[in-house]
Design a protein around this ligand. Sequence first.
Ligand SMILES: NC(=O)c1ccc[n+]([C@@H]2O[C@H](COP(=O)([O-])OP(=O)(O)OC[C@H]3O[C@@H](n4cnc5c(N)ncnc54)[C@H](OP(=O)(O)O)[C@@H]3O)[C@@H](O)[C@H]2O)c1
Length: 195
Amino acid sequence: MGTEVSILPLDLTEPRRVHATVVKALRHHPPIDLLVNCAGVAHQGRFIESHLQQLETELMTNLLGMYTITRIVARQMMRRRQGHIVNVSSLMGKVAAPSMAIYSATKHAIVGFSQALRAELAPHNIKVTNLMPSLTKTDMVKDMTPFRWVQAARPEQVAKAMVAGIKRGKREILVGWQSHAAVWCDRSLPGCLPR
Ligand SMILES: NC(=O)c1ccc[n+]([C@@H]2O[C@H](COP(=O)([O-])OP(=O)(O)OC[C@H]3O[C@@H](n4cnc5c(N)ncnc54)[C@H](OP(=O)(O)O)[C@@H]3O)[C@@H](O)[C@H]2O)c1
């Protein structure tokens, strides 16, 4: 497509290394206009049977990784007074699901993080968008027990919803009618959703 691409392999569970690599990269590459914080992991299972290591991996990747990269890139965006940050949460950031307690917690945290960041960065002309996909056919869910009432989306649908939402200046982007229905039901008729 005529675009030059640089790939920096990073393990988000190693914040010091991530920090050093991204700071170095920013010195040698053009400034970042759009940051999409998409990496994430999910473990499915009953909370009481979960292990500390699973909790650490989910917190480190889904939250600490996002924190580390966002802090460096947001500083650069502030200096330029322009930029856009998209944080990938989940429908589970609005409506938590059984068997996904820690994941739901991290995705709720991302919603709160994005709200606060949006207000802090708006005076610097930086936008913050929260993308909340529902179940999507990716590697993440291939071995999971499906939720009965949810129809899985394709990654392309999520990407299209993200681009359309950004163009319309939406702060939070839900993907598909099922997500809108789930959030509405959870707010208006608590307990009505099959879980
Ligand atoms: N699939 C769904 O149903 C669904 C629904 C709602 C929200 N989401 C969210 O969408 C985002 C993308 O997930 P996905 O469905 O595309 O899952 P995926 O296919 O499993 O992809 C996860 C991505 O995260 C990266 N990643 C995982 N651990 C990492 C680490 N320690 N350091 C750096 N990168 C790491 C993976 O990199 P490697 O490939 O190199 O391991 C991969 O690119 C996640 O934030 C997820 O929570 C997914």
